[in-house]
Design a protein around this ligand. Sequence first.
Ligand code: CDP
Length: 232
Amino acid sequence: MKKITIAIDGYSSSGKSTMARELARRIGYVYIDSGAMYRAVTLYALEHGMASPDTGLNAAELVKALPLIHISFKPAGADGVQHTMLDGRDVEGPIRDMEVSRMVSPVAAIPEVREHLVRLQQQFGKERGIVMDGRDIGTTVFPDAELKVFVEASPEERARRRMLEMEQKGEKVDFDEVLANIRERDRIDTTRAVSPLRKADDAHVLDNDGLTREQQMDRLLELYHEAIDTDH
Ligand code: CDP
C-alpha cells in the first residue's frame, strides 16, 4: 500500500504525542517525536552550563555545540514507547522534567537550533511511512505531507492532562505552575520569529476537548484512509 507522510501539530500537552504514537503503531508507520529532539538539546544545554533558570540561556555557546549533539531514537521496547537518546544515553526520563520544560521554548526559538533539527527531521522522514508530531511539521518540516492534523484543546484541559502524567510518574507539581508553564510556552511558541506554531492552511483541525481517546483515534484513522484514497 502507498505510504504517506503524516504531520500532527498542536499546542503543548494537547495529547498529540500519544495520538501520533498510537496512530503510527496501528498503521505500522515510524513515529518521530520532534519535541523530544528540542528537549534533548535543552537537556544538553542544561548539563553543559549553557542554560539555567537563574542565568538564562547562552545561545551562542549552544549554537557552537550543535554539531556535537547527537540525537537518535531507540525503537520501542516493553513499554511500547520509543526512547530518545542523547549522545548514546537514554534520556527519555530527564527530557520530560520540569526543568527542561521551563527552558525548552527559548531553546526552540533559536533559529540555528531549528535549522539543525528540521534538517534532521527531514532526513528521518525521507522514506515516508512516518508520523511526526510537533509545532511546525505541517508548515515547515513537511509542507507537502499528504495528511496534516492540527490538534486543539483548552489550556486548562491540557494542564490537567500534564498533571496526571506527572503524578503517574510520582512527580508532585502544582496545577497553577503547570498551567502557567503551558500558557508561557504557548505564548513563546506562537510568537517566535522562525516558524511559529500555527495551523497549516490545509490541516484538519481536531479539537479534542470533548473527545475520548477512542473517538480521537477513530477520527484520525478516518482522515488517514481519506488521505490514502486520494490520488496525489
Ligand atoms: O509534550 P509537549 O506538547 O508539552 O511539548 P513537546 O512536544 O515535547 O515540545 C516541547 C517544546 O519544544 C515546545 O513547547 C516547543 O517550544 C518546542 N517544539 C518546537 O518548537 N517545534 C517542534 N516541532 C516541536 C517542539
